[in-house]
Write a protein that binds this ligand. Structure first.
Ligand code: ACM
Ligand code: ZN
Length: 525
């Protein structure tokens, strides 16, 4: 190599080196990220300029800078501008980092929040010795799917409000926009209802809980009272907290099944009128709501109180795993079948859901139900959550209904994440490694292209039978939630190997958030 070549070679590589010396990874992967030369340093109190509509994003930025405790030894001010650009789509944003200023453009508060989230990841991974040095760049970004959800079951085990907020922080960081809060179960009723106080006095507490796994026989119980519920004040606080981070909260009020806690509070809501207890065991129970008019009066009252708390458009009505045993033997239920000219108990379930849908629609809301709501006829305006595989989703899309994909094989985060479970905390079963989630494609190959629009997104579900603590929830969710965020947001996911590196890069953010993530990816290294 002659001298000239060496000089050219050196200049070329030192330039590349300058360009890429800061960390630029963002999860989920933005649509377009153009790295430029030069840097911007963020100081302790940058000047923040925000259009009124984008104030919540500006507030998040201000709080994030405060949390980082930056050095304040420079006199020069740099600026961050949140600027309304009505030409952008609903959730789209443009983030520009220039040596003297950062601009986030969006047409909505939500878009601006996503711009902030990308910036915040860059700030946190480039925070060193009390200084943040960011590579100049331009990011243009918008999501692949309009529904990006994460679920949390608080029926089996419940967690403090502070944890619910921390969970929402995790969702927000990864640009999820729906938190599906599973609030009622056989094992506990977790939402305050004023008109029916026994739901909280009785239904929110169980006397005992199964020890170990369901398959460990004979069953043993801890004989310890367990429970509680979220007050309306707490729920409003959570909804507000989520809203400030661009997240809609979807309450799930299960019907007609998974309702033993409600039936134990008001035995007249069941078919037999027998007093049952709040379930101490996991599983599917036959103590479901009776289809008589009194049940609908009760559920409509519940909905009246629920819609006051949750401003979003969806109410999830469950609809899954409702054994028809009691309905078959119940005079009241059989009378409804005759009166309405129904064929069988599946059509009765469809009648039940459709009647509740009409009521919920009359309140200006839409229902979501698990895919069992297809059985016996789908309620006319329902969105279907396809959990028993993808066939329910396919069927609903073919009927021109919107679908949220959450097939248990790929989207259930209560499954084991390691093949060798020796050192894993007890889980329900299954095996869903992060790679499998990463490779998931919510739109099934076999779905005709004209129907793709009905698949509005996907969701991760976190059923908590075996998750007594919030630490355990975090272990199951992180980092698999990173993979799901790529699935629902990124138009062009990088290879899994690149993704792994990105995840390890952002682990310090989880450390700062004090998240108990699983270390499987590090073990793979
Ligand atoms: C479900 O997992 N039962 C929806
Ligand atoms: Zn009945």
């Amino acid at each position: 190599m002659n001298t000239l070549k060496i000089i050219v070679f050196f200049i070329f590589f030192s330039h590349i080196n300058t360009l890429f010396s800061q960390k630029n990874n963002i999860i989920p992967t933005p649509v377009e990220q153009t790295i430029k030369s030069g840097y911007m340093e963020i100081e302790n109190s940058p000047e923040i300029i925000a259009d009124f509509e984008l104030n919540s994003a500006a507030t998040l930025f201000k709080d994030a800078v405060k949390k980082l405790e930056l050095a304040n030894d420079k006199q020069t001010k740099n600026r961050i501008i949140f600027s309304l650009n009505k030409k952008l789509k609903y959730e789209e944003y443009i983030l520009k980092i220039n040596s003297d200023k950062i601009t986030i453009e969006a047409s909505t508060k939500t878009g601006a929040i996503y711009g902030f989230q990308s910036l915040n990841q860059l700030m946190n991974i480039n925070f060193k010795n009390e200084v943040i040095k960011l590579q100049n760049q331009v990011i243009k970004d918008s999501p692949k799917f309009k529904y990006r959800g994460m679920h949390l079951d608080v029926g089996r085990h419940m967690y403090p409000v502070d944890f619910i907020k921390k969970y929402i922080d995790g969702l927000a960081m990864l640009k999820f926009n729906n938190f599906h809060w599973h609030l009622t179960e056989d094992q506990g009723w977790r939402i305050e209802i004023e008109k029916y106080p026994e739901l909280n006095n009785v239904g929110s507490f169980r006397d005992s809980t199964l020890i170990g796994h369901y398959t460990d026989k004979p069953w043993q119980f801890d004989k310890t009272r367990y429970g509680g519920f979220y007050t309306k004040k707490e729920i409003k606080e959570v909804v507000r907290y989520a809203e400030d981070r661009g997240i809609n909260v979807i309450p799930e009020i299960e019907m007609p099944g998974h309702s033993q806690a409600a039936v134990s509070s008001y035995p007249e809501l069941g078919c037999t009128g027998e007093q049952v207890g709040v379930a101490p065991l996991w599983g599917v129970f036959k103590e479901i709501y009776c289809s008589k008019n009194e049940t609908f009066d009760f559920l409509e009252d519940i909905i009246d109180e629920v819609v006051e708390l949750f401003p979003g458009k969806y109410i999830h009505i469950g609809g899954d795993e409702a054994p028809k045993t009691n309905w078959k033997a119940c005079g009241n239920c059989q009378d409804v079948i005759k009166r309405e000219g129904l064929k069988d108990e599946h059509e009765l379930q469809s009648y039940f859901i459709t009647r509740m849908e009409q009521y919920i629609n009359s309140k200006g809301k839409q229902i979501i139900g698990w895919d069992e709501i297809l059985e016996g006829g789908l309620a006319p305006n329902a969105t279907v959550m396809s959990w028993r595989g993808i066939s329910g989703g396919l069927e609903a899309a073919k009927m021109n209904h919107e679908v949220i994909m959450t097939p248990n094989a790929t989207c259930y985060l209560d499954h084991y994440q390691a093949k060798d479970t020796t050192n894993e905390p007890l889980a329900i079963g299954g095996y869903t490694p992060i790679e499998e989630i990463y490779n998931y494609e919510p739109i099934p190959d076999e779905l005709d292209e004209s129907l793709h629009k009905y698949i509005i997104g996907a969701q991760g579900n976190v059923w908590t039978e075996y998750m007594k603590t919030s630490d355990h929830v975090e272990y199951m969710v992180f980092p698999r939630i990173f993979a799901l965020s790529e699935v629902v947001w990124a138009e062009n996911k990088p290879s899994f190997e690149e993704f792994e590196k990105k995840v390890i890069d952002v682990y310090p953010i989880l450390d700062k958030m004090d998240v108990n993530y699983s270390k499987h990816l590090e073990r793979l290294e």
